[in-house]
Design a protein around this ligand. Structure first.
Ligand code: PLP
Length: 477
């Protein structure tokens, strides 16, 4: 291949340096330079590897390898079905940026793999079914009638959620007991407001736990009070030592440790709530994803009188929908309705009705079956990849793998988990240190979400972690 540039069929101007190693290396540097100089702008679609390979007279392997390398550097993004694009950046490079002078290295490297727990694979959003439901809603009387939406939510959705909870979560409720919210955070904020107005000063929270909900409760006037979590879930004895009259917990799948509250603890927790006339706020955030263990029913299904049940579609569909539900015990129903009525508006009625139609026609169940399978494969790939490294294996078993979209990787004692997370971020891998979710000191561990990690990248991600751990152990030795 004698040419040093290509600008023919693909219209792509890539200068291949004369020297600089193999064709793969020269092509990689050529594309890298084109991006740096702004000739390939953020968002630009690169030619399919077959077309570029034909033009350069090389194998597709060379082009694929170059694309993969540049994706690992965060310069390109590859998406199934929509090709390879130059990574979007906040601003178009200015003429100054294009000047040949060396640019300072960015302080925050681009994220190549976002393994933070929390989000599902939003690329798996069931767009065709959702769109069909949306179109149907726009032609119905429900939509026409909803110019003055009810604060409790669209009736159609309340019916659908009540049926879903009874079928899937063992929670038998009347339609009008379901209140529609903008998600779990909104639900916690409403409950915290109501409890604070009743003179409840604090909210016991699992430590570690999802800090966002602690902040939301604090903003509504409840001081979070940490309670330890062990292999059986929330430590109810430790809860008894506090003077809390309300507790926030995730009994089916503690976040982020992944434990399920044991049957003994479930009974003990309900007994505590009855004795103290306390409220249990149940965060049932990812009940739909169970792999190797029997589904754990909702705690509210055992005793509705003391539990506020919270659910949302943030883990199953898209956190950006801001759609969820709340089922209060009878004595909190009216205060919570009032809080909904006097607070900021709830989720879009169009989204509520669209979700209701989507679920009612079986689309939601089909979607859950499909993604559950994909997530299980991702989990398997990541667990296998992590266990293939002695340095990771030696820290003990990876935890919280039976359910959900994330797992917990114990790290060598003596290392600081936030430092490991920072080093990984330096390699473009976003994770969260367990200490980031903890109020009190915890053994070092990383929380890794696999919802968006394709099985083919799992080995690479595990390798990066193993390398970072080795470097850090050598550095601190
Ligand atoms: C522990 C936990 N609870 C609840 C949620 C869902 O919150 P929301 O419905 O406000 O998006 C998440 C999402 O990340 C979570 O991690």
């Amino acid at each position: 291949m004698g040419n040093d540039r290509t600008n023919r069929a693909t219209g792509l101007l890539i200068e291949l340096p004369e020297d600089g190693g193999s064709l793969y290396e020269r092509l990689t540097s050529g594309i890298r330079a084109a991006i740096a100089e702004g000739r390939l702008a953020p968002g630009h679609l690169l030619p399919p590897s077959r077309a570029l390979a034909a033009e350069l007279g090389c194998s597709r392997w060379v082009v694929n390898e170059a694309y993969t390398q540049l994706a690992a550097e965060g310069r390109l993004q590859t998406r199934q079905g929509s090709g390879t694009r130059v990574t979007a950046q906040p601003a178009t490079p200015s003429p100054v940026d294009r000047a040949p002078a060396p640019r300072p290295a960015p302080t925050v490297p681009p994220v190549v793999a976002d393994l933070r727990p929390g989000a599902p694979d939003v690329a798996a959003f069931p767009a065709p079914g959702w769109t069909r439901s949306l179109q149907h809603v726009l032609a119905t009387a429900d939509w026409e009638r909803s110019v003055f939406p009810s604060a409790a939510g669209a009736w159609r959705l309340r019916e659908v959620v009540a049926a879903y909870l009874s079928r899937v979560r063992g929670l038998s409720v009347e339609n009008d007991e379901v209140l529609i919210t903008c998600g779990t955070s909104h639900g916690v904020s409403l409950v915290a407001r109501v409890l604070a107005a009743r003179g409840v000063p604090n909210l016991a929270v699992e430590d570690p736990g999802w800090s966002r909900l602690h902040q939301v409760a604090a903003a509504a006037g409840l001081v979070p009070e940490p309670v330890a979590v062990d292999a059986e879930g929330l430590d109810v004895e430790a809860l008894r030592q506090t003077d809390a009259r309300a507790v926030l917990c995730a009994p089916a799948h503690q976040f982020p440790t992944g434990t399920a509250l044991s049957p003994t603890r479930r009974r003990a927790l309900l007994a505590w709530a009855t004795e103290r006339s306390a409220v249990i706020v149940e965060d049932d955030y990812d009940a739909e994803f169970r792999y190797d263990r029997r589904p754990v029913g909702a705690l509210a299904g055992l005793d509705r009188s003391r539990v506020v049940y919270l659910g949302s579609v943030s883990k199953t569909l898209h956190p950006g929908l801001r759609l969820g539900w709340l089922v209060p015990p009878p004595d909190l129903r009216q205060p919570l309705l009032d809080a909904l009525d006097t607070g900021a508006a709830g989720p879009s009625t169009l989204d509520q009705l669209t979700f209701a139609g989507f679920a009612d026609t079986g689309g939601y169940d089909r979607h859950l079956r499909r993604v559950r399978k994909a997530y299980r494969a991702r989990r398997d790939a990541l667990v296998t990849a992590l266990n293939s490294h002695a340095i990771i294996r030696d820290c003990g078993p990876v935890l919280g793998i039976a359910a959900g979209l994330h797992l917990l990787v114990p790290l060598p004692r003596g290392l600081r988990d936030h430092v490991i997370a920072e080093h990984l971020a330096g390699r473009g891998i976003a994770t969260v240190a367990l200490s980031g979710y903890a109020i009190r000191r915890q053994p070092p561990a990383l929380v890794i979400g696999y919802g968006r990690l394709s099985p083919s990248r799992a080995q690479w991600a595990a390798e990066q972690l193993a390398e970072v751990l080795l470097d850090e152990l050598n550095r601190t030795a």
